[in-house]
Design a protein around this ligand. Structure first.
Ligand SMILES: NC(=O)c1ccc[n+]([C@@H]2O[C@H](COP(=O)([O-])OP(=O)(O)OC[C@H]3O[C@@H](n4cnc5c(N)ncnc54)[C@H](OP(=O)(O)O)[C@@H]3O)[C@@H](O)[C@H]2O)c1
Length: 253
């Protein structure tokens, strides 16, 4: 399979030739799938913006997409805030046939489950993201969400309540683990990722630094109304593709 030219910088020695797909999988695969783990990925401009013209797409590139796809491939559930699903026009989480075969060979379900997080339930039950999903999606919501919208969504998704006015990430993680979904991957966006970090639940984050300056008022990759004490992280690896840096950090133990 052709992948973008991605080289390992750290841990050294730096690779003189592009990494093969299996090398990347080894770098990104969880050490022990039986242990629940929450990871995230995000892309930022050099000056810290999570968007260009309101979307993250302008920051990505082939190498970032390879990592994005591999993180989906390796997860049991992909958790996405409704804002990102709406803004980015998410489609159903369908993997290619060869990735489905790879997952089956590695004793994984053919597809990860998509979990959409929403308090308002402003989600269209006829949207392809749910009706064309290869696995019944999960909608994670609150006790105060609108009842009619909930009833409509229950026809196409498992609707799970995890909090009163906002989804509590701790209840969210417990609910997913109770379903056997231990490798929990979130693609954000910033509000959801901010909540996960504030709850001190993030074990790992893959951050791509896109070689550009946004210079405007774009959001950070994670935002939360309250500042936290700085959480120290361990640098697991740094990859280079052209001028793009792709890193993985994990919680210090
Ligand atoms: N650079 C990156 O890596 C990256 C990644 C993802 C997204 N983005 C960008 O980020 C922007 C969207 O930002 P955002 O902060 O709005 O994204 P978001 O976190 O995906 O969406 C916020 C919405 O998701 C739901 N939500 C999130 N956390 C919740 C919680 N704890 N409880 C209940 N509902 C929750 C709510 O939906 P309801 O309104 O339905 O209640 C909330 O309004 C877009 O421009 C997107 O392109 C960038």
């Amino acid at each position: 399979m052709t992948i973008a030219d991605i080289r390992l910088l750290h841990p050294g020695p730096a690779s003189s030739r592009p990494l093969a797909l299996d090398d990347l999988i080894d770098l990104l695969a969880p050490a022990d799938r039986s242990i629940a783990r929450v990871r995230a990925n995000a892309v930022s401009s050099v000056d810290g913006s999570a968007t260009v013209d309101g979307l993250s797409g302008g920051l990505g590139g082939p190498a970032d997409l390879v990592v994005f796809d591999l993180l989906r491939r390796l997860s049991d559930v992909v958790v996405v805030g409704a804002g990102t699903a709406r803004d980015e026009g998410y489609g159903p989480l369908v993997l290619s046939d060869d990735v489905v075969s790879w997952r089956e060979e590695h004793d994984l379900a053919p597809h990860p489950v998509l979990a959409l997080v929403s308090a308002s339930l402003r989600l269209d039950p006829s949207d392809p993201i749910v009706v064309d999903a290869p696995v019944r999606p999960i909608v994670v919501t609150t006790e105060s969400s609108p009842r009619e919208a909930r009833v409509r969504l229950e026809e196409v998704a498992d609707v799970v309540t995890c909090g009163v006015d906002r989804v509590d990430p701790r209840l969210l993680v417990s609910a997913l683990v109770a379903r056997g979904l231990r490798q929990i991957h979130t693609e954000g966006g910033p509000s959801l990722l901010g909540d996960v970090i504030a709850a001190d639940l993030l074990d790992e984050i893959c951050v791509t630094v896109s070689p550009g300056l946004e210079g405007g008022g774009g959001p950070r990759i994670a935002s939360n109304p309250e500042s936290l004490d700085l959480r120290a992280l361990h640098l697991d690896h740094v990859l280079l593709s052209g001028d793009m840096l792709l890193s993985k950090y994990s919680r210090r133990r």
